[in-house]
Design a protein around this ligand. Structure first.
Ligand SMILES: Nc1nc2c(c(=O)[nH]1)N[C@H]1C(S)=C(S)[C@@H](COP(=O)(O)OP(=O)(O)OC[C@H]3O[C@@H](n4cnc5c(N)ncnc54)[C@H](O)[C@@H]3O)O[C@H]1N2
Ligand code: MOO
Length: 408
């Protein structure tokens, strides 16, 4: 970092999201593949639910007035089960055996549960009176045909998917998952599970970034490892464009060293740079730009910096391109410091921390001693990032703080 004022985390995220195209390609997906997808159109019900009055219990369909003065004896004239209603009509002192979910027969206005009736000499003898409407779910209790029950921008979870099914939609209009090309850069990198030479290290960033993308609702596309030369980077950039990537996420080569070629290679390919380097720790050499319709997020190579940059910037962009109207919402939540922390400098700090339940209050976040941005062993133990605002004064255990939970 140089001494000049760098963008804040919030400004950088806002600029990335402001640059994201609002019109997302739409695709229809079957209900079974809709989990986590975002609706792009309001969904109105194609039917009324329940479509007719139904019984909420197993028992007897009755006329409440017949039970006003007990004892009485009712004659059972038929049965109504779910899927097999009773086609006749209930007259005075008549009853129909009924089961949960079955249509209420014409003439009946209440359900007497079977625990409150007994069979007496071939008749049904109610043990109590019931009010009109007892245990009857009226038609349209849940929803009526034509009503919009799921709004555009809704992220579909189990309940939303069930509701869409109940509304008689087999396929749902959702935003196409953004495709994210991922390229790791560095001469030292080799794939896990291969023979590792001297001076080589195992490439791990692409796996973390792909997992983050998948978790956020995107479609990761691994473009492999590009060596630190213009040719290799050009090929990777070209492959991302040809594959129709919405985003190209690079890792490594983002800093100021002689072999940090990502920015010059992207510039050579025609990228319009939005910004490079921000006031954050870890992950300062973050880059954002645009190459045609493809957004570029250049993440630093340090493994923790790559993940933190992924959580803070790539995830909201993937969410935005997935149709999520709240993609830019603050991801942070309140917590209590579990240990003292030093005063912060001008970079907003995201310290790796444990997270424990705080009883009735907010959870307790305790930062690890080791905060080096190369240490995946610490990141993997962390449950959250403890946010230290720029120029925050020293704070002690018990002070309020803000955190971002880490995925997984
Ligand atoms: N003189 C300066 N040096 C550095 C600065 C600076 O401002 N001035 N910034 C530092 C900061 S902050 C960071 S973060 C790093 C980021 O550098 P790069 O993005 O160029 O990353 P590399 O140099 O390529 O790699 C850094 C580190 O991470 C390892 N790495 C890279 N890719 C992967 C991968 N896919 N999987 C696992 N590990 C990876 C790489 O071997 C290096 O050890 O720059 C500082 N320097
Ligand atoms: O920002 Mo770098 O991520 O300090 O290590």
């Amino acid at each position: 970092m140089t001494g000049r004022a760098a963008l804040s985390v919030a400004e950088a995220r806002a600029r990335i999201l402001a640059d994201a195209p609002a019109d997302r390609p739409v695709e229809m997906v079957p209900l079974a593949r809709a989990l986590g997808r975002t609706l792009v159109r309001d969904l109105a019900s194609r039917r009324t639910q329940p479509p007719y009055p139904v019984s909420a219990m197993d028992g007897y369909a009755v006329r409440a007035a017949d039970l006003a003065r007990l004892p009485v004896r009712l004659t059972q004239i038929g049965e109504s089960a779910a899927g097999h209603g009773f086609s006749g009509r209930l007259g005075p002192m008549e009853t129909v055996r009924i089961f949960t979910g079955a249509p209420t027969p014409d003439g009946a206005d209440a359900i007497l549960i079977q625990e409150e009736a007994r069979l007496e000499a071939g008749f049904i003898e109610p043990l109590r009176s019931v009010p009109k409407g007892n245990f009857i779910r009226p038609a349209g209790l849940d929803f009526a045909e034509g009503r919009v029950l799921l709004q555009a921008g809704t992220r579909l979870g189990p309940a939303g998917i069930a509701l869409a099914a109940a509304m008689n939609h087999a396929e749902l209009p959702v935003a196409r998952r953004p495709r994210v090309g991922i390229v790791a850069t560095g001469d030292e990198l080799v794939l896990p599970g291969t023979v590792i030479g001297r001076d080589q290290i195992v490439a791990s960033n692409a796996f973390a970034i792909a997992a983050l993308v998948e978790d956020a609702g995107g479609e990761p596309l691994d473009l492999g490892i590009a060596h630190d030369d213009f040719g290799a980077l050009e090929i990777a950039i070209g492959t991302a464009i040809d594959a129709g990537c919405d985003i190209l996420a690079t890792s490594g080569g983002a800093s100021v060293g002689d072999h940090d070629l990502v920015r010059p290679a992207l510039a050579k390919a025609g990228m319009e740079l939005n910004f490079w380097r921000i006031a954050v720790r870890p992950g300062a050499p973050l880059l954002h730009g645009r190459l045609g319709r493809m957004a570029i997020i250049g993440l630093p190579g340090n493994p923790v910096s790559a993940v933190v940059g992924g959580v803070l910037f790539l995830k909201p962009l993937v969410r935005a391109l997935s149709g999520d109207l709240f993609a830019g919402a603050d991801q942070s939540e309140a917590a209590i410091l579990g240990a003292a922390v030093d005063a912060n400098d001008r970079r907003q700090d995201f310290m790796r921390a444990t997270l424990e339940p705080g009883g009735d209050g907010p959870p307790i976040a305790t930062p690890f001693e080791a905060q080096d941005s190369s240490m995946l062993s610490v990141l993997a133990k962390a449950r959250c990032l403890l946010i230290r605002p720029p120029h925050a004064p020293a704070a002690k255990a018990g002070d309020p703080c803000r955190i971002i939970r880490l995925p997984g």
